[in-house]
Design a binder for this molecule. Structure first.
Ligand code: PBG
Length: 321
């Protein structure tokens, strides 16, 4: 008889046949850095995650380095917003100063910067508005300015999340021309218009004031369109392809893994984090086990890299073992 249970008998044999493992090396930890002083605000819908001003961020960074997490992904919260998000390319902007601070004090921590506008625009959309919609090509010009400013400040990698057409080609060209040919691009290649971003928009103060993001982010119904998005970003020169959100889109993660010889990342987004935290708070699930199981499912689906608010907690669990 076929007896699959033979290889499940003891912990030792289960370890030997284990196919996928989550490691600290897989993790990127997002950080919200807010303009101002003495700020350390807990985000209500994301227990354990805070917005820090730069003068308060060091203990968070100490912990990240102590836990051996390889990289952080930076989001800035400016004190001033405008129609076009001009602070995103200000060399003295909150992100630029944060990059310089981190690279100075934590030179080995890999700094990835989110490249978008929604936290910086008065209307909360991811670019320049024209005729009630985001103007693709005008936004590309501003993205180019933004990445050059991040690169000059010392960012190790840029991660454009605006879902504008041609953004990877534009950014690659801008970085190369400005003398930064070695800075890689992690593209938010397949990013869905998702309700799972709700808590993030509170955290980053980036909810659109009119309409929604459906003219640029993808329809959750679509799978082959996701391949198309990834093909274009691959051709345009993305170094890493990301799927976002993660849990409801593991089929897309697997599609990308099967079709591209590039590292695949997924973003375990704020709503996915909040659901686990909330159920655990009620005592309805075992938080640690559900956290580990859901991140493992992303590895199994084919993710090489996971961006997650759980990074510190996962690292602690893995170090215990
Ligand atoms: C956009 C951006 C968003 C997230 C990361 N980058 C929000 C959005 O598209 O509205 C969401 C991350 C999360 O929910 O954890 N700059």
């Amino acid at each position: 008889m076929n007896r699959t249970r033979r290889l499940r008998k003891t912990d030792s044999i289960r370890r030997l046949v284990r196919e996928n493992k989550l490691t600290i090396d897989d993790l990127i930890y997002p950080l919200f850095i807010e303009e101002g002083k003495d700020i350390e605000t807990e985000i209500v819908s994301m227990p354990g995650i805070k917005r820090f001003s730069l003068d308060r961020i060091s203990k968070e960074l100490d912990e990240v380095v102590e836990l051996n997490i390889p990289a952080v992904l930076l989001f800035g919260i400016p004190s001033h917003k405008d129609e076009i998000g001009a602070e995103t390319w200000d060399d003295e902007g909150i992100i630029q100063r944060s990059i310089r601070y981190i690279k100075k004090h934590y030179p080995d921590l890999y700094v990835i910067t989110d490249v978008c506008f929604c936290e910086y625009t008065s209307h909360g959309h991811c670019g320049v508005i024209y005729d009630n919609d985001v103007d693709n090509d005008a936004t590309l010009q501003n993205m180019a300015k933004q990445v050059i400013s991040h690169a000059k400040a010392g960012s190790d990698m840029v991660a454009p999340s605006a879902m504008m057409d041609g953004m990877i080609e534009t950014i690659r060209g801008a970085l190369d021309t400005a003398g930064f040919p070695m800075i890689p691009i992690m593209s938010y290649a397949v990013k869905y218009s998702s309700a799972f971003y709700g808590p993030f928009r509170d955290a980053a103060d980036s909810a659109p004031t009119f309409g929604d993001r459906r003219t640029y982010q993808m329809d959750p119904s679509n799978r082959s369109e996701g391949m198309r998005e990834a093909i274009y970003d691959d051709q345009e020169g993305a170094d890493i392809l990301m799927v976002k959100p993660a849990l409801s889109y593991l089929d897309i993660v697997r599609d990308l893994k099967n079709n591209f010889e590039k590292p695949i990342a997924c973003y375990n987004v704020s709503g996915e984090y909040a659901m686990i935290k909330a159920a655990a708070e009620k005592g309805w699930i075992d938080e640690e086990r559900v956290m580990m199981e859901s991140l493992l499912s992303m590895k199994r689906a084919g993710a090489d890299i996971i961006i997650t608010y759980f990074a510190k907690e996962v690292a602690k669990v893995l170090l215990k073992k």
